[in-house]
Design a protein around this ligand. Structure first.
Ligand code: NAD
Ligand code: UDP
Ligand code: UDP
Length: 321
């Protein structure tokens, strides 16, 4: 049983989104007081409605591009649309969310001396020439393309975190998250796992962009949340950045085959043009995560994670039919 003095007041920005809702759930179950902040651009009340009755949970509508005055011990900064369709919908707002959002949350952390974790991304590596990607790789990012609002916004947020660390001695943690999937992904956000599953369950064509040989590494949400929690609780001299992802690497064709097999769908593959600047390969070098996070390794293999995600979407689509 957690003691009173171990209870922390924790702010989760973007807490009503896919990853944020799982994080809030975990922190509430650990006995912390959680303030979930979201502007509901891509997240929803529905993602956290099972937490609303808990006296430990509070939901607040707020946009991180505006200042925020609250008293907390820890901040997880997740606010930012994550799928290409959503972050390209209003690219200026995406950059503002990453940059102004980081400045405001760092300013808040500085005032209340809170520890703060940034949800960064493997997109900081861009279309990488080094494979798999270690944290020491500086990346290959187009600064003026359609993905830049997200990639460069996240890169600038990392810069701000490290400058507040050096200049103001803030306690910071930066995690670089690789493609993560699981229940509560938005069904229409265009990300590959949700797209393929929804298409397979509806018996529609599975849309492969390009020839489908591009690769990604997919981490199940529970493994990611475990690593985030462990990162926040590392000693103060550990700042990251640390890659968090599953080193299993699959082409989009292989992913489509697995989804078809697991759903028993009759969907056919349909090839569509490859989006601009789509990275050809991505796979984390996760040796730092293993060493720094107490031997952390992903526990859920792709087939098992897909099964759980398919169950979620099956129930969701059944409710909507
Ligand atoms: P998501 O879109 O489900 O969640 C983002 C949340 O942030 C949403 O609830 C959205 O409404 C909220 N939000 C957006 N702009 C905001 C603003 N200005 N003010 C307040 N709230 C705002 O996406 P997710 O997959 O849960 O991603 C969460 C975080 O993790 C993001 O920062 C994302 O960049 C990062 N990330 C995710 C992945 C992944 O594969 N899921 C990979 C790399 C990084
Ligand atoms: N800020 C905030 N909440 C706080 C403290 C600061 O939202 O509790 C915002 C504030 O609006 C400012 C930003 O964080 O724009 C950066 O704050 P900092 O103190 O680092 O810089 P300064 O206020 O000197 O610009
Ligand atoms: N993709 C695809 N079909 C889809 C959606 C995505 O082939 O219906 C591809 C996309 O081109 C990319 C990969 O799947 O190469 C992962 O895309 P996602 O948007 O999920 O993530 P990101 O590109 O940000 O890693």
């Amino acid at each position: 049983m957690r003691q009173y003095n171990q209870t922390k007041r924790i702010l989760v920005t973007g807490g009503a989104g896919f990853l944020g809702s799982h994080l809030c759930e975990r922190l509430v179950s650990q006995g912390h007081d959680v303030l979930c902040l979201d502007n509901f651009f891509t997240g929803s009340r529905r993602n956290v409605e099972h937490l609303l009755d808990s006296p430990r949970f509070e939901l607040m509508r707020h946009d991180v591009t505006f200042p925020l005055y609250v008293e907390v011990d820890e901040i997880y900064n997740l606010a930012c649309p994550a799928s290409p369709i959503h972050y390209q919908y209003d690219p200026v707002q995406t950059t503002k969310t990453s940059v102004h959002g980081a400045i405001n949350m760092l300013g808040l952390a500085k005032r209340v001396r809170a520890k703060i974790l940034q949800a960064s991304t493997s997109e900081v590596y861009g279309d990488p020439e080094v494979h798999p990607q270690p944290e020491s790789y500086w990346g290959r990012v187009n600064p003026i393309g359609p993905r830049s609002c997200y990639d460069e916004g996240k890169r600038c947020a990392e810069t701000l975190f490290f400058d507040y660390y050096r200049q103001h001695r803030l306690r910071i943690k930066v995690v670089r998250i690789f493609n993560t999937y699981g229940p509560r992904m938005h069904p229409n956000d265009g990300r590959v796992v949700s797209n393929f599953i929804v298409q397979a369950l509806n018996g529609e064509d599975i849309t492969i962009y390009g020839n489908g040989s591009q690769t990604r590494s997919f981490c199940y949400v529970d493994d990611l949340i475990e690593a985030m929690d462990r990162t926040m609780n590392t000693p103060d001299d550990f700042t990251g950045p640390v890659n968090i992802g599953n080193p299993g690497e699959f082409s989009m064709l292989e992913l489509a085959e697995q989804v078809i097999a697991l759903t028993g769908s009759r969907s056919k593959l349909r090839h569509l043009p490859l989006p601009t600047d789509d990275p050809k390969q991505r796979c984390p070098d996760s040796s730092l995560a293993k060493a720094a996070l107490g031997g952390w390794e992903p526990q859920v293999p792709l087939a098992e994670g897909l099964k759980r995600t398919i169950e979620y979407f099956d129930a969701l689509l059944a409710r909507e039919r």
